[in-house]
Every structure is written in C-alpha cells, then in structure tokens.
Design a protein around this ligand. Structure first.
Ligand SMILES: [Zn+2]
Length: 280
C-alpha cells in the first residue's frame, strides 16, 4: 500500500490543501490496518519519509510495524523523480531509506517511485542505497527505454544490466486496458474492471503485486476541503468507507481464488530460491 496522504495528492495536482490535519491519512491508515488484520494480510507500506516528522503519522507507522507489516520507501517528499536533478533524486532515494530506518528501527528493503516515474539513474541510486528491491515498473515496452531495457518482463527480474543485486517486482500488466486495474482505479471504474484485469493476467506467469492506496480505505473528505470534482475523484471521496472496504474485500476474494497471498519478504525469498534453482 502506498501511503500518499491528502497533502501529497494536493501537491501532485497543485491544489491548495490548507493546514488541516491529514484526515485522509488518519482514517485511511486506521481502516486499512483493521482491514489487513481482519483479512490476515501481511502488507508492505510504502511510506513517505518526511511523514515521520508528523507525530500522528509517525505513531500510525509505529502501530503498523507493531502489527508486523513491512515498511518500504516511497521517497522523502513524493516529488516526481524524473523531474529532479541527479543530486535531488539521489537524496529522495538514499535519505528516505535512512530516515525511515532511523525513525522506525526496522530494515527498509523496498522502494517505489512516486507516480511510478523512474529512469535508469534512479534505479542505480536505488541499488546504491542498499535496497533489495524496487517496485515501480509496469511490464511491456512503454517506459522500458527510460530504464535502459527493450521491454520490462512480467515476472520479478534484475532490472540493471551488469549487476545482479537489485530486484524488480513489477506491477501487474495493464493487459490492453486504458488504466492499471489496481483497486484505486477499480473503485472508480467498478469491480468489473478489477475482475477483467485479473482475468487477463496469467496466474502462473508471475506473482501479482496487489497495490492499495490510503484513498481505498479512507473516510470521504468533507466538501470544504475539496476543490472541485477532480479532488473528490482522486481522493475517492464520493464513496463511503464502508462501501470501499466491502468492495476491496470482494477484490481480495477474487485474488484469493487464483493466488496464495504472501508477504513481500516471502515472495522475495521464494523467488530467489526458484530463480537460483533454475540457474537464472
Ligand atoms: Zn504515491
């Protein structure tokens, strides 16, 4: 789950969001942790490192750690990496790992780029920072050139030529759909969209990275905080939390019919074993 809060969503879209406490983040984390506990999901939470300076967000991150969830990095400030200078990009990747590890006293093994915007330079910084894995790429040719590949494989792989350490856990393929089919989009489009995407993915070809966002679980934001229909849409504020939770539960049910749910750590361990046993 990516932990983009209301302030991050506002920043990405250039909307004013005032000085209010991040209600989306508060209810989103509370409802998500309850959901993961009820559904017995060992989640990986991609946290924005500057959030550790916000007492309420830091407390909820600690709570997630106590409940056994993995913490990964979603950069320091959630800026688009491909628009930054090499030095700023490096800081977003390297410093976020150090900050999260220091604040939460847990190892941080994974990285996901804000907006999935990565290039070859970013991936080199991800490896240099000591992460074990990145999870920012979509399979296929689109976006492959930016990271120096001809195509991005569907299965977990080593994304950097000539080095064998960093692993990539790619998103599920879009399977000819106009948008990715992860729950945030499917909550807008309808559960049929998620089920269509899921049906188009070959279950035996690769593990499925199931990506949630805080918006998928959060209570709707009050109208006074939302500037126009886009803000309501991108915060999923037109759907009640109860409806979202029920629909996420049904998406999860559809996933469970085809996949065994494992933590990222377990996936990496199993994948390393099978990859090395096949000599790849
Ligand atoms: Zn994000």
């Amino acid at each position: 789950m990516d932990l983009d809060g209301f302030t991050d969503i506002c920043r990405v879209h250039g909307w004013p969001c005032g000085d209010d406490r991040d209600a989306l983040s508060g209810s989103g984390m509370g409802n998500a942790l309850e959901f993961f506990s009820r559904e017995r999901i060992p989640a990986t939470l991609f946290a924005i490192a500057q959030d550790v300076h916000d007492a309420a967000k830091r407390r909820r991150l600690h709570e997630a750690v106590t409940q056994g969830h993995e913490i990964a990095s979603h950069s320091v400030t959630h800026r688009t990496l491909t628009r930054l200078s090499a030095e700023e990009k490096r800081r977003e990747i390297v410093d976020s790992r150090a900050t999260l590890q220091d604040a939460l006293s847990v190892p941080v093994r994974g990285f996901r780029a804000p907006g999935f915007a990565v290039d070859a330079e970013s991936l080199h910084f991800v490896e240099e920072a000591g992460y074990d894995y990145d999870s920012s790429l979509f399979p296929g040719r689109s976006g492959a050139k930016r990271v120096g590949l001809a195509t991005i494989p569907v299965a977990p792989h080593h994304p950097l030529r000539g080095t064998g350490r960093l692993r990539e856990l790619p998103m599920p393929p879009r399977a000819s759909l106009p948008f990715p089919f992860h729950p945030s989009y499917s909550l807008v489009m309808g559960n049929w969209y998620f089920e269509l995407g899921l049906r188009r993915v070959r279950p035996n070809a690769a593990p499925l990275v199931l990506l949630f966002h805080l918006t998928d679980f959060a209570d709707p934001l009050p109208a006074y905080q939302l500037h126009g229909w886009k803000a309501r849409l991108y915060t999923l504020s037109s759907i009640s939390a109860a409806d979202k939770l029920d629909r996420c539960r049904r998406m999860l049910e559809a996933v469970r019919k085809r996949y065994r749910i494992v933590s990222t750590a377990e996936l990496l361990r199993d994948w390393t074993t099978s990859a090395s046993s096949q000599g790849t």
